[in-house]
Design a protein around this ligand. Structure first.
Ligand SMILES: NC(=O)c1ccc[n+]([C@@H]2O[C@H](COP(=O)([O-])OP(=O)(O)OC[C@H]3O[C@@H](n4cnc5c(N)ncnc54)[C@H](OP(=O)(O)O)[C@@H]3O)[C@@H](O)[C@H]2O)c1
Length: 175
């Protein structure tokens, strides 16, 4: 039977301020894991950490605030298709995992659409132009480094997507 090794590394635990999460954090700390708690606000991070007073302000217990936000990334379908085939074709991609995508914010997408397709300018909401909502970031750069893919910009993908949708509506006669 394999002997149990002393835990090493850091566990990221979401919902660590809750009933179940708090118990997982407690057990992980007692076994010697380092724990990084995520919470949705500073105050809930502090409350969550305070459940484990002997570890507060020690390197074994750290907190990170992840703002409430829905999915902050996107992938252009053409880039997904290219990556899929390149992962088969590029020898050094063997056995590796790839995240294909870049950061996304609805406001930046609608800004780009209003800017690049004048016909849509008065049909799309204005929102708060230029506002970048705080959120986590997506790092899909490994696809560029290993697979040699060059990402388009969000503005290019938005323009292509809206142009196709707009063309489809014109063809249907519903534009
Ligand atoms: N308690 C039980 O006996 C039991 C048994 C079986 C299954 N479960 C299931 O296990 C899960 C946790 O239960 P619990 O009793 O531990 O609940 P809880 O005490 O209410 O804790 C929920 C945790 O999830 C976090 N959270 C809620 N919505 C979130 C969101 N949208 N994004 C990020 N974090 C979010 C909360 O963070 P904030 O502190 O920021 O609000 C809180 O830390 C639930 O799905 C429950 O149905 C519970």
């Amino acid at each position: 039977m394999a002997s149990q090794q002393k835990p090493t590394g850091t566990l990221v635990i979401t919902g660590g301020g809750g009933y179940v999460g708090g118990n997982i954090v407690r057990l992980a700390l007692s076994k010697g894991y380092a724990v990084r708690l995520t919470a949705r606000s500073d105050s809930s991070a502090q409350k969550a950490a305070a459940l484990h007073p002997q570890y507060v302000n020690t390197p074994q217990l750290t907190t990170t605030v992840v703002p409430p936000f829905d999915f902050g990334g996107y992938a252009d379908s053409g880039e997904v298709a290219q990556s899929y085939l390149r992962a088969l074709e590029v020898p050094k991609a063997a056995g590796q995992r790839f995240l294909v995508g870049q950061g996304f914010r609805y406001q930046l997408a609608v800004d780009s659409a209003r800017e690049s397709i004048p016909e849509l300018k008065y049909r799309l909401p204005v929102g708060r132009p230029g506002f970048v909502e705080p959120a986590y970031e997506i790092d899909g750069s490994k696809v560029e480094k290993v697979l040699g893919l060059e990402y388009k910009t969000l503005a290019e993908t938005v323009r292509d997507t809206y142009s196709q949708l707009w063309q489809a509506k014109k063809t249907e006669g519903t534009a």
